[in-house]
Design a protein around this ligand. Sequence first.
Ligand SMILES: Nc1ncnc2c1ncn2[C@@H]1O[C@H](COP(=O)(O)OP(=O)(O)O)[C@@H](O)[C@H]1O
Ligand SMILES: [Mg+2]
Length: 202
Amino acid sequence: MTGIGEEPDGATPLDPDELEGLKFKHVTTRGELNALEQANVESGLIWLGRRRKNDVLSEEFVRELHRRLFGDVWNWAGTFRQTEKNIGVDPVQIGMQLRMLLDDARYWAEHGTYPPLEAAARFHHRLVQIHCFPNGNGRHARIMADEYLRHCFDHKPIDWAAGHDLMNENKRRDEYIAALRAADAQNFSLILNFVGADSFDA
Ligand SMILES: Nc1ncnc2c1ncn2[C@@H]1O[C@H](COP(=O)(O)OP(=O)(O)O)[C@@H](O)[C@H]1O
Ligand SMILES: [Mg+2]
């Protein structure tokens, strides 16, 4: 499967076992895979828009959302990663780290620890840093952050792409990855700027 391994900087390559989980065996290029995933993400967003429940800070929802976004393409969608990646905690730590993050995010919302966009940016960063799934973590965690804003802060979603395609190399993606790397080093100013958390909105 030439081409599928050609990821932009800041993406996590799939290992052979994970590639085995691809439900479309004819896929040969990254472009084809992106299109299949994109169609799946769109149907997942329709499911999300119709969903009646509003508990977003649960492991069950985190996994269900991933399955709805990627389950037509990957048979491991919605199940936690079992392999080490260049990004992410040790796979055995995922469940516990996620529980701590969901507890923290609930606490931030209940106590007004951070303004909404800062809470969402911190939530997003921690979620991609845990890297729950073999792939799709960035897209899933951006939607999770928007759902956190909506349900816990009654706040509009973040304009992540700002007219660009965050899945391909461009200036916006470079800024996004640079902001996450700064946040890895506990410097949150770039990610706050990226999500538009300027003083009066934040
Ligand atoms: N240094 C980093 N720290 C935290 N998260 C990162 C870092 N670099 C990249 N990421 C996140 O990981 C995502 C890539 O992981 P991946 O599972 O391939 O997601 P997707 O398939 O949705 O792009 C990026 O979109 C970004 O959200
Ligand atoms: Mg990816």
